[in-house]
Design a protein around this ligand. Sequence first.
Ligand SMILES: CC(C)(COP(=O)(O)OP(=O)(O)OC[C@H]1O[C@@H](n2cnc3c(N)ncnc32)[C@H](O)[C@@H]1OP(=O)(O)O)[C@@H](O)C(=O)NCCC(=O)NCCS
Length: 179
Amino acid sequence: MRDWSLSAEELQTPRLSLRRPNEADIDAIFEIHSDPGTCVHNPSDALARFEEAEELYRRWNDQWERCGYGYWVVRRHGSEQQLGFCGIKPMALHGMQVLNLFYRFATSAWGQGFAGEAASEVTAWVSRRVPDLPLIARVRPANMASQRVAIRAGLTRAEHLDAIGYDGLDWIYAVKLPT
Ligand SMILES: CC(C)(COP(=O)(O)OP(=O)(O)OC[C@H]1O[C@@H](n2cnc3c(N)ncnc32)[C@H](O)[C@@H]1OP(=O)(O)O)[C@@H](O)C(=O)NCCC(=O)NCCS
């Protein structure tokens, strides 16, 4: 049975623990975002210098302070190894306030269902705790893995919201859109 008494700072799935990042996770932020394999579809997210990871962590942490939620660092239960990151960020899409669902995992962790499991947990948390905001994912059309993760998390294709993003056309997947 799901334990809703857990705070936003820690979520759990059968295999995974999702925790608010702290400064000890900056190394993993850098490693994952400086691996060319993880930013093939979103080169604007790639990091080249460690200081950029420190700055990115500061932005993530500021959002946690402001909103009480943000990006979580994902680990297997009982392991300190960071598998990746998954979480939500408020943004405007075509003038509508939404939460954007993000996920990026170390290439060594791909193909084991971790991203789908983490993104599903975050989506469930959003529908309970931030029910008024639509949840979207912006996915590059050739990023099949990311599309599958969005669908696994319960989002569906919303062509009418497609938009030009930092790296070109983004396909929009969404759930809880206003009717
Ligand atoms: C997208 C990403 C998080 C997926 O991570 P993952 O842990 O391998 O995903 P999962 O194992 O949970 O797989 C989810 C689904 O994607 C499918 N999938 C995984 N890799 C795939 C690939 N290269 N091509 C097609 N489908 C793929 C899986 O079969 C699974 O499908 P299912 O739900 O039908 O069973 C990972 O590839 C990644 O970090 N990519 C770089 C960052 C990125 O692109 N983020 C998204 C930005 S929009």
